[in-house]
Design a protein around this ligand. Structure first.
Ligand code: FES
Length: 183
């Protein structure tokens, strides 16, 4: 019953509005959005839809969603790679044949993905390490003031150009460079 009353009221309102009898009533956004039929009847402009977009479509999407990262390996050689936003540095290293270990596969339960952020400005752009990350970093060889775990650094636009050095040893590597074979 209520539905039919509301429908009846709506029909009357439209009729009066089209006859100019309700011109004092402000046309609210609700009226704009209520139905396309009403827009037609009232000769309102079509509803404008707004979309949220995280990328600037004026640029090439692929370029925009990647950042440049340079890994400095233990022999001093450098490898510059493109890393998609949201990817961890551990994943980036593995997809680009950089020899960064990741014994716990990124679950913050080892220290083998230890990296050293080479520029303190970039280090300061990183979120603070969690307690778990700090606990694991305490176990890392060659800890420095700008050490982090590679699996806990996520590519973000502000990190474009970051340089990460791999330490000469990790807890799974002997200091003389011997690398144990995976079991
Ligand atoms: Fe183990 Fe990063 S892979 S803590």
């Amino acid at each position: 019953m209520w539905v039919s009353r509301i429908s009846s009221f709506g029909a009357q309102a439209i009729k009066k509005l089209t006859q100019g009898q309700l011109s004092h009533i402000q046309r609210t956004p609700y009226l704009y959005a209520s139905s396309s039929r009403m827009e037609t009847l009232l000769q309102l402009p079509p509803q404008t839809h707004r979309y949220f977009c995280t990328t600037d479509s004026s640029k090439d999407g692929n370029e925009e969603q990647q950042i440049n990262v340079t890994f400095v390996e233990t022999d001093g050689s450098e490898k510059q790679v493109k890393v998609p936003i949201g990817t961890s540095m551990l994943e980036a290293a593995h997809s680009n044949d950089v020899e960064l270990e990741g014994a716990c596969e990124g679950s913050c339960a080892c220290s083998t993905c230890h990296v050293i952020v080479m520029n303190v400005d970039y280090y300061n752009k990183l979120p603070d390490p969690s307690d778990e990350e700090n606990d694991m970093l305490d176990l890392a060889f060659g800890l420095t003031e700008t050490s982090r775990l590679g699996c806990q650094i996520e590519a973000k636009p502000e990190l474009d150009g970051i340089r990460l050095a791999l330490p000469v040893a990790t807890r799974n590597f002997a200091v003389d460079g011997y690398k144990p074979k995976p079991h």
